[in-house]
Design a protein around this ligand. Structure first.
Ligand code: ASP
Ligand code: MG
Length: 307
């Protein structure tokens, strides 16, 4: 039965076309970044330190040669370390995140997905947000050339973005739309929209805290039309004291010790982001669920397609 369902999915015309678009999304983003002087590195799939995401508590642990390693939730620490060697890097990184079982209904969650991780040495938030806007506009215009037939099939030949994308702080979003603003902002907007300056306790410690405002120098990008979160990113925490304060009593001593060692070793200041590729393709194609962008999707709870 499971196999029958999976084969039906694999042969679905919508899936075939979305995956063709996805292939062009990857090659266009890669060409764009290489053209801007970025170096592509390969992904890390198992490691001793991975992203201590505030939203995903559980990790997948493996025993390798008697050592405990985890499957990558994100390559955040490895992309920061890459800046000891390179000024600008990117990686198409497979991530495993054990999202809540009920998240199979959101249309946005996969347990296994690919994130384009980008990091730039000595960069500030505005520069990186500008790069992302430019990259997304380049991508959608390029896809209208390379995948016109597919976009026509999905009724999505008219996606047009204008820079700069509107921007509001977390605080403004809460005042205007309430605490669960994300889907409301996304639905109300005709353009991708930035949310910036999240409060410290909602975000991972590695985003830089602005000493004056006590907010993070970070950002999320939301897609319009209700497609929700596209990107998380920001400047990176480079103050030892802030790291110690943010992680105190959080039970993450291994990560704390590791990050402090990186700072002591001279980790360069940087700014970067991660953008989920399947969500991007879902948005470009206007699909109701992100599962249609993968031949072998892994949904939260592994209710379908687990083969
Ligand atoms: N590590 C972040 C995430 O996976 C992205 C980033 O800040 O670069 O959401
Ligand atoms: Mg995020």
């Amino acid at each position: 039965m499971e196999l029958v369902k999976l084969l039906r999915h694999i042969k679905d015309e919508k899936v075939r076309r979305a995956i063709r678009v996805n292939a062009h999304v990857i090659s266009t983003l890669r060409d764009y970044l290489i053209g801007k002087g970025f170096v592509e590195i390969f992904p890390v799939m198992v490691s001793k330190v991975t992203d201590p995401l505030t939203t995903v508590k559980e990790s997948v642990e493996l025993n390798f040669y008697g050592q405990s390693l985890q499957l990558t939730k994100s390559m955040i620490f490895h992309k920061l370390m890459a800046l000891f060697t390179f000024d600008k890097i990117f990686v198409f990184s497979p991530n495993i995140r054990l999202e809540k079982i009920t998240d199979d209904e959101t249309g946005r969650h996969l347990v296994e997905f690919v994130q384009l991780d980008v990091e730039i040495k000595n960069a500030k938030r505005d520069e990186v947000m500008g790069l992302l806007e430019d990259m997304l506009i380049y991508l959608t215009e390029e896809l209208k050339r390379s995948c016109y037939e597919e976009l026509e099939f999905f009724g999505r030949t008219n996606i047009t973005h204008i820079r700069p994308f509107p921007r509001m702080s977390y605080e403004e979003a809460v005042i205007k739309y309430g605490a669960d603003f994300e889907s409301k902002v996304s639905l109300a907007s005709a353009s991708p929209v930035w949310i910036t300056d999240f409060p410290e306790d909602m975000r991972e410690f590695y985003y830089k805290t602005d000493e004056k405002t006590k907010h993070m120098r970070d950002f999320d990008l939301l897609y319009p039309e209700g497609f929700g979160e596209a990107v998380s990113g920001g400047e990176r925490e480079d103050s030892r004291e802030c790291v110690l304060r943010k992680l105190a009593g959080k039970g993450k001593d291994d990560i704390l010790e590791f990050y402090v060692k990186l700072l002591e070793a001279g980790l360069p200041p940087s700014c970067g982001f991660g953008i989920g590729i399947e969500r991007l393709t879902r948005y470009v194609c206007g699909l109701e669920h992100v599962k249609f962008t993968r031949l072998f999707p892994r949904l939260p709870g592994l209710k379908e397609f687990a083969i």
